[in-house]
Write a protein of this length. Sequence first.
Length: 145
Amino acid sequence: MAFTDKQESLVNSSYESFKQNLSGNSIFFYTFILEKAPAAKELFSFLKGSAGVQDSPQLQGHAEKVFGLVRDAAGQLRATGTVVLGDASLGAIHVQKGVVDPHFVVKEALLQTIKKAVGDKWSAELSTAWEVAYDALATAIKKAY
Ligand code: HEM
Ligand code: ISQ
């Protein structure tokens, strides 16, 4: 099914909500991931050896990049029906880290973070738009492995 203008604008506007509280939303995102997958702490160089999730420009920057990529993927899906990686090295980074499959925890963390960010604007339609964009991006990264 084609990715619609409506879906793209749902992703774009909720991405703006995410950015409006980048600090709080990033902490929520990392905390969610580490609660569901404690082993991930050792995978991320910027968390490894740390006491836990602490607010920092570095952590915010990495989170912003991940959400930004999904947002870009939504734009590409709407415009061309497919997702092409701007940064081909993303496949290699994940291989190097031993991530052989897009992990469901990252997707779930992303969706729950957007849900928290948008508050009462949350809807099944909004969720689906993020899921479709995430899945297409994850597939593009996996292809680049
Ligand atoms: C690195 C994005 C899925 C684990 C990265 C980087 C990006 C990225 C942009 C580069 C480092 C940065 O600047 O943050 C994504 C996107 C994903 C995805 C868009 C899905 C659509 C996953 C999954 C895992 C994972 C499922 C599994 C836990 C990692 C790790 C690194 C990394 C361990 C290396 C971080 C470091 O220590 O520098 N990812 N990722 N990623 N990703 Fe992902
Ligand atoms: C990179 N890949 C997947 C998930 C991430 C979460 C936070 C920061 C970077 C990430």
